[in-house]
Design a protein around this ligand. Structure first.
Ligand code: BG6
Length: 308
């Protein structure tokens, strides 16, 4: 039997655990940030990276899992880095009338975030942010964000966004990210100057922090040692950020182990270069779907079955 349970997590923070019942597949989502901190396959193997030094200490963000960056990506604006959605306690959405019914019996949970009076001081807009997290058959994890402008003053607002997924990998120097070749990117390490990707895949030999523009819907992360490939499918999210801090920056982060960069890679489905503008009553949907397949990489081509 599929199960959705509320449990007490780290430091007494509440989380929701989704289990598919038939296997060891599961996902955990903290109400703090509506932050997915765990996603396990049918063998019970953890697929997301979560730092051993991650703090579960609001308002500090959790290092690992899937932080939600909203309404600002990075420092592209006057808000704190990556906005404030990841630093707020979300509520369970018990009134799903605005949401479509789930298309399967797979376990899911709905969250809602409405800005507080204090949030309004730095981001003077009303919105309702609904997030559904669903664990589908075959451990397919889907996050659907619906953000509605509820301003009563007739004003539109604009935001940038990212699902900042930290994938767990066996050895970063053996990882290839496919699907972003030939694209233009903004290099965060070079004042966001624009370059064109020349490699036939992205590989890692040092710090990398890039925003790939107009990325395809499907991106693959190949882990050779584990003989498995993560498939990222994104909708409504044109860009893709790829990040690994490498050794020097790892040492400078207090909530990240010195050697942990070897076992993670962030591939983030994002809307950055063209920020989203919502008029009053308009709603935006951005969806991320994560799945895992055996390595099917043959001679540089992206031969990944569509998980949808
Ligand atoms: O430390 P934070 O705020 O969680 O950000 C982590 C990284 O997030 C990435 O998305 C950015 O591209 C990096 O520049 C940043 O360092």
């Amino acid at each position: 039997m599929a199960a959705v349970e509320r449990e007490v997590g780290m430091n007494g923070l509440e989380k929701v655990v989704l289990r598919d019942g038939a296997s060891a597949c599961s996902a955990e989502v903290y109400l703090y940030g509506a932050h997915v901190t765990s996603w396990k396959n049918d063998k019970g193997e953890e697929l997301l990276f979560l730092s051993n030094k991650a703090l579960f200490d609001p308002p500090k963000p959790i290092r690992g899992g899937i932080p939600i960056c909203f309404p600002q990506f990075s420092n592209l604006g006057s808000l704190p880095s990556h906005g404030f959605a990841r630093n707020r306690i979300w509520a369970l959405d018990t009134d799903p009338q605005l949401l479509p019914s789930p298309t399967s019996t797979a376990p899911f949970v709905d969250f809602i975030f409405k800005p507080s009076h204090d949030d309004f001081k730095t981001f003077p807009h009303s919105f309702e942010y609904r997030l559904r997290v669903q664990l589908g058959p075959g451990a397919i994890l889907t996050l659907t964000s619906r953000i509605r402008n509820t301003n009563s003053d007739g004003k539109p607002f604009t935001f940038t966004f990212a699902y900042h997924t930290y994938f767990s990998v066996s050895d970063i120097s053996e990882v290839r990210v496919e699907g972003l070749e030939t694209l233009d990117y903004l290099d965060n390490l070079q004042e966001r100057s624009r370059f064109t990707e020349q490699g036939d895949a992205i590989t890692f030999e040092g710090e990398l922090d890039r925003i790939y523009l107009e990325a395809p819907r499907k991106i693959a992360i190949l882990d050779h040692e584990k003989n498995r490939t993560f498939v990222v499918i994104k909708d409504g999210l044109p860009d893709a950020v790829v990040w690994n801090p490498w050794d020097k920056k790892a040492k400078a982060m207090s909530d990240f182990g010195d050697e942990e960069y070897k076992h993670m890679v962030c591939v983030e489905a994002a809307a950055i270069e063209d920020p989203v503008t919502l008029k009053p009553s308009e709603e935006w949907t951005g969806r991320l779907q994560l799945s895992l397949v055996p390595n099917t990489h043959v001679g540089g081509s992206l031969d990944i079955p569509n998980a949808l």
